[in-house]
Write a protein that binds this ligand. Structure first.
Ligand SMILES: [Ca+2]
Ligand SMILES: [Ca+2]
Length: 284
């Protein structure tokens, strides 16, 4: 009896853990937006990440090929100034002020749209959004299908709240997001922050479209791995994904029925084991 009871208890445990397992694989399809701590100018991601700093790019039209992919549209490389150009040594999640500036990129006329076709599909995008303008838009595509459309409205509203709290529980004054951290220009006028877009629920993208006048950015980073926000980052918003692949829809249906194939298999194995124990006990 003791063996059979133990097997039954294990089987019950397998069923109990099923909801957690199904939650992990049916995370909602979309993009989670986080901003890094004030004055951070680089990505916090260190594994499987590719970054374009524009530091070695000549001023004028952006190169057709950059570290993360191929560029088209109206893109300009400019020298560091009031509106952009990260501190030259600010290439990670360390808050940084001052220092010499570096070249950066920006949308330009007439289309004010930049398309970057990625070298490989990504599940994370980060960029230092400097002199942030309300009209700026980030769109992520997978093939011809748009995955996410991000305006700045939620972000701009959050920046007016006065205070925010990071994932790890640190409080920041939203006023610290304003002004160029390198030379304090545009203080209290325009936000400067590192923006992180995390693909969730299997969302990935192979094309990035940045649009809107005066969309200045630097240290743009992508990762082919699903990444998670660090403790210093602040949640901005979740954007529900568009055009979810068929496989994702099937996964969501599974979650809704509450049936988890893995748990059922585990239960079946344990039930057979319990049966075998009972058989042996009967024989002996
Ligand atoms: Ca740069
Ligand atoms: Ca701007």
């Amino acid at each position: 009896m003791r063996f059979a009871s133990a097997a039954a208890a294990l089987a019950a445990t397998a069923l109990l853990v099923a909801p957690a397992a199904s939650h992990a694989i049916t995370e909602t399809y979309g993009v989670d937006i986080y901003m890094s701590a004030p004055t951070v100018q680089g990505t916090a991601i260190t594994n499987s990440v590719t970054v374009e700093s524009f530091n070695l790019a000549s001023t004028g039209a952006c190169p057709e090929s950059i570290a993360i992919g191929a560029v088209s549209g109206d893109c300009l490389v400019e020298v560091a100034g009031t509106y952009g150009g990260a501190s030259a040594d600010a290439d990670d999640a360390t808050p940084t002020t001052g220092g010499s500036g570096s070249n950066y990129a920006s949308t330009s006329g007439p289309s004010t749209t930049i398309t970057i076709d990625l070298t490989q599909p990504a599940k994370y995008l980060g960029l230092w959004w400097s002199a942030g303008s309300a009209s700026n838009v980030v769109e992520l595509y997978s093939g011809e299908d748009r995955v996410a459309y991000m305006t700045t409205s939620t972000l701009m509203s959050l920046l007016e709240t006065g205070g925010v709290t990071s994932v790890g529980g640190t409080d920041y004054n939203t006023s610290d997001y304003y002004g160029n951290p390198r030379d304090n220009s545009l203080a209290s006028a325009e936000p400067f922050l590192y923006l992180n877009l995390y693909g969730t629920g299997g969302a990935s993208f192979d094309r990035i479209v940045l649009s809107g006048g005066g969309f200045e950015f630097d240290n743009i980073a992508v990762s082919d791995l699903a990444q998670v926000p660090g403790n210093g980052e602040v949640g901005v918003e979740f954007i529900a994904g568009e055009n979810a692949p068929a496989a994702e829809e099937e996964t969501e249906e599974l979650a809704e029925t509450g049936v988890n194939a893995g748990a059922l298999f585990g239960f079946a194995v344990l039930a057979i084991a319990a049966g075998a124990v009972a058989m042996r006990r009967r024989v002996s």
